[in-house]
Design a protein around this ligand. Sequence first.
Ligand SMILES: CC(C)(COP(=O)(O)OP(=O)(O)OC[C@H]1O[C@@H](n2cnc3c(N)ncnc32)[C@H](O)[C@@H]1OP(=O)(O)O)[C@@H](O)C(=O)NCCC(=O)NCCS
Length: 192
Amino acid sequence: MLDFCGTPTLETDRLILRRMRQDDTQIVFDRWLSDERISDHRISPAHKNVLETKVRVEKIVSGYDSKKFCYWGIELKDGHDLIGEIDLYDFDHATGNCEVSYSIGYNWWNKGYGTETLKAVVEFAFIHMNLHKLSASHNTDNPASGRIMEKVGMKQEGIIRHMIRNAKGQYKDCAVYGMLREEYVGRKGAGI
Ligand SMILES: CC(C)(COP(=O)(O)OP(=O)(O)OC[C@H]1O[C@@H](n2cnc3c(N)ncnc32)[C@H](O)[C@@H]1OP(=O)(O)O)[C@@H](O)C(=O)NCCC(=O)NCCS
């Protein structure tokens, strides 16, 4: 049974994962939602104007009224720059499973922030939410996303051909990853 506890602040060595705020809107637009280098790897198209982002952030902020809403902004401890977002979604009460998705602003890629973020949320989900299984998928032409899943202990379960059609009408094959509670516990016990 899932134990929902909303979106509490999480801390890692270099990052604070915190609730998003309405005054983040411009930064969210500038740093990831308007950037095609990021949206090309996701289903929703890049935002064309900041009003679209305002509506999206409003929806996120109102989501915090529910304990079943888990959506973090990723902030650097050093300088307090907001550099990305991560969320847990598609909770299935019958199985205790859910999905994770994330984006990091292009200027901060390949500095280990994606891995550090995902590791913290994986830990939160298994320890505090009693998750049974965490899943995610990435386009096969986006190997960096698969790499961070592997680095936190998720396993590739297969490739689904033409799993998504992006905003440009391109079909994409996706690699599907998952991590079971017992695998998380095993890694933790082994100090990984
Ligand atoms: C996926 C994403 C979150 C990764 O964030 P990040 O902060 O760059 O991740 P990290 O720096 O922790 O790790 C990136 C890893 O991918 C590897 N990598 C980067 N580009 C790669 C490529 N073209 N091929 C293979 N590996 C690649 C890096 O070398 C690094 O692995 P390493 O630590 O073993 O060297 C970021 O690229 C992103 O936001 N992409 C766009 C949105 C997206 O893809 N979201 C996920 C949808 S499923």
